[in-house]
Design a protein around this ligand. Structure first.
Ligand SMILES: [Zn+2]
Length: 197
């Protein structure tokens, strides 16, 4: 492998989230030293991913088929759509195995600062799905950030009058969480969302 090949590998690895130039260099050397066990299988996996993975035209998930496995699953509940910012959020909710409805991935949040408007997100697709008829509830599971909540608010307004129930995630004390360890935002949200005992 020529110097420039390694340099190119390091530069590309350094663009991954969480990897700076230093850790990219370590990763590159680690890969090159384990050519058969790691470098070649990784290269094949990357090539396969580049060729086969596509965006689901229904929900925005990433999968090797379109519609994705979640959208194509006939056992899931068509009446509930859970709206998330990113594919990673959808996968996190799937890992809990506690939601059996459908999803809709926005692809980000509204952001005046970054110039992201409603048409830059997959919001028209959501409205079309709700108007399609089978949906009775939309769960807005955007992040508890200012942009996430602004986006949820905007979508709730767009959905008003379409005859669906719109709900949001409860934000509160995590299961097993000790108050002392929570950040102020979580704690004050938990206090606001208090319920009778
Ligand atoms: Zn899908």
């Amino acid at each position: 492998m020529a110097d420039s090949d390694i340099e190119r590998l390091i530069q590309l690895l350094a663009r991954l989230p969480g990897l700076g130039p230093r850790s990219a260099r370590r990763a590159a050397l680690h890969l090159v030293k384990r050519r058969e066990a790691l470098l070649e299988p990784l290269a094949r996996a990357l090539a396969d991913a580049a060729e086969n993975i596509r965006t689901c035209s229904v929900c925005g998930n990433l999968d090797v088929r379109d519609p994705c496995a979640v959208c194509a699953d006939p056992r899931r509940d068509d009446s509930v759509i859970c709206v998330v910012e990113e594919v990673a959020d959808m996968w996190a909710l799937e890992r809990t195995a506690s939601f059996r409805g459908r999803y809709h991935v926005l692809g980000g949040t509204l952001s005046a600062l970054d110039g992201v408007g409603p048409d830059d997100l997959n919001i028209p697709g959501l409205i079309a799905r709700v108007k399609g008829g089978a949906v009775t509830e939309v769960i807005l599971a955007t992040n508890a950030t200012v942009d996430g909540q602004t986006t949820a608010h905007y979508i709730a307004e767009r959905l008003a009058g379409l005859g669906v129930k719109v709900s949001g995630l409860a934000h509160g004390v995590p299961v097993g969480g000790e108050l002392d360890y929570l950040d102020e935002g979580t704690l004050s949200a938990a206090l606001k969302a208090r319920r009778p005992v």
